[in-house]
Design a protein around this ligand. Structure first.
Ligand code: NAD
Length: 473
């Protein structure tokens, strides 16, 4: 890549004070660009710039703030192909999926354009009034993962900005470039300091969350890092939203066609090479259709075109980084000891981090691939006989992000869905995330809400004004 992207601090595009680092294309395993690396002094400058910009931004009319989100969406839309191409290079996903992420990101920005947080009158009687106002918090530290770098950015930026906060974003070190390209575009639209972007090599996240100038942390990433973020927020009782890992179960009911449902579950498990927080990570299938389901999903996996995401026709790209590639390989090797691999199972013998779609059957529930979050193109298919038993097995996880139930009888499927202990359960669909619908995890999958009106309120402080007429003694 010829162009050198820059950090955004206080409205100025800046080189990295700590030099640069390599960004690797996961389809080749080779560096294709350099990313500016922020120094600690630049982190301080970014927080100071966001803090300085906050009073004027908070005082700006909400309509004007919303209009700027609309301009960001328009500018992003005008450069979809450029963003998607860079996204495929740094993240690995096939071009069509990369286009989908960028277009989806414009929807998210636009979903918040007209959102307003109005005061709510809780009581108004005999001159006595209780009103709940909502005020912005200040500087939001946004920390994002490497699977959907642009989508995760806008899901935080749009609600934070429309409610009057300013932001310092730190993207994941292996996918920083689309965030920097977005910063370039934002620098022409937003007032200086409202949005700042710094990049690191996994060394500034802790310093950013601990920074005294930060009022709220909006974090998406692994549960392990989320725990560190929460501990760091405790020191100043900072507001925190955590969107963490998942181990979503798909429960297939016995009134559905095995072949048709296998296709849907395959897609729910393998989109973005399985690197989605709410990807289907375990499939539970009734005993009487288990063999037919396994045969069909293995067939679909064997049909996948696994290649560089920038090549036309590729359906499954590489795993995003070497560390994750090694983890997925380790889980597959462990699964071979306890179950039967019926598709995939060996990393491709070529440069880059390619694992073909892998299906494993006959695993016990205590196998690592069933208990842990694989975050890769590998799916265990598990057999069940009894519906109550399978609900208990699906719920036996420290995670509680998403899940799905598949059945012809919608009432029955919905009843089963209500018994799944996760933030979201989809019925006969998957990955149906909508910026107007709140999204959250139960148990160790998260804390707080992102998206929807409820998610937006997490960027505000409730402020009660309780007034009664003064009475002379
Ligand atoms: P990660 O936890 O390794 O990293 C996430 C971000 O945290 C990165 O920007 C990283 O640099 C930063 N970070 C590292 N150490 C930090 C620290 N001590 N303090 C603050 N920040 C720090 O996660 P990842 O591997 O990039 O992403 C994959 C994980 O994200 C998976 O578990 C996936 O399920 C989860 N995820 C969750 C959602 C959701 O909405 N719930 C969405 C996408 C991904």
């Amino acid at each position: 890549m010829d162009k050198q992207l820059k950090l955004l601090i206080g409205g100025s595009l800046a080189d990295g004070g700590a030099g640069t680092f390599d960004v690797v294309n996961p389809a080749t395993g080779k560096a294709f660009a350099q990313c500016p690396k922020a120094s600690e002094a630049q982190l301080d400058e970014a927080v100071a710039a966001a803090k300085a910009a906050f009073p004027a931004w908070a005082a700006t009319d909400a309509g004007e703030r919303g209009a700027m989100l609309a301009k960001l969406a328009d500018a992003l839309e005008a450069r979809v192909a450029e963003f998607a191409s860079l996204l495929t290079m740094e993240q690995g996903k096939p071009t069509r999926q990369a286009m989908g992420e960028i277009i989806g990101s414009t929807y998210v920005l636009r979903a918040f354009v007209d959102k307003r947080v109005e005061p709510v009158v809780l009581r108004d009687k005999g001159g006595k009034t209780v009103t709940e106002h909502r005020t912005p918090l200040g500087v939001v530290a946004a920390i994002t993962p490497w699977n959907y770098p642009v989508m995760m950015l806008v899901q935080k930026l749009a609600p934070a900005l429309v409610t009057g906060n300013t932001m310092v974003l730190k993207p994941a070190p292996t996918t920083p470039l689309t965030s920097l390209l977005f910063a370039e575009l934002a620098s022409e639209i937003l007032p200086a300091g409202v949005f700042n972007v710094i990049c690191d090599e996994n060394d500034l996240g802790g310093k950013l969350t601990a920074h005294p100038g930060v009022a709220k942390i909006a974090f998406t990433g692994s549960t392990a890092t989320g725990k560190k973020v929460m501990a760091s927020a405790a020191a100043m009782v900072k507001r925190v939203t955590l969107e963490l890992g998942g181990n979503d179960a798909a429960i297939v009911l016995d009134d559905i066609d095995a072949k048709a449902v296998a296709k849907k579950i395959y897609e729910g498990a393998m989109t973005n090479a399985g690197q989605i927080c709410v990807a289907i990570k375990r499939a539970y299938v009734p005993a009487n259709m288990y063999d037919a389901f396994c045969e069909e999903i293995a067939r679909l996996a064997n049909e996948a075109i696994v290649d560089d995401g920038s090549k036309q026709g590729t359906t499954v790209g590489p795993i995003q980084n070497r560390q994750q590639f090694e983890k997925v390989k380790e889980l597959v090797e462990d699964a071979k000891l306890h179950g039967k691999v019926i598709a995939g199972g060996e990393a491709l013998d070529r440069d880059g981090y390619f694992m073909p779609p892998t299906i494993v059957r006959d695993l016990p529930d205590d196998a690592r691939l069933v208990r842990e979050e694989q975050f890769g193109p590998v799916l265990p298919v598990l057999k069940y006989d009894d519906i109550d038993d399978v609900i208990a097995r699906a719920n036996a996880s420290e995670y509680g992000l998403g899940g799905s139930v598949w059945g012809k009888d919608l009432t029955r499927a919905t009843e089963v869905a209500q018994k799944i202990d996760t933030g979201t359960v989809w019925v006969n669909q998957y990955l149906a995330i909508d910026p107007r619908i709140p999204f959250r995890g139960s148990k160790q999958s998260g804390l707080g809400t992102e998206l929807g009106d409820e998610g937006m309120l997490e960027y505000t402080q409730a402020h009660i004004v309780n007034a009664v007429p003064f009475e002379d003694a």
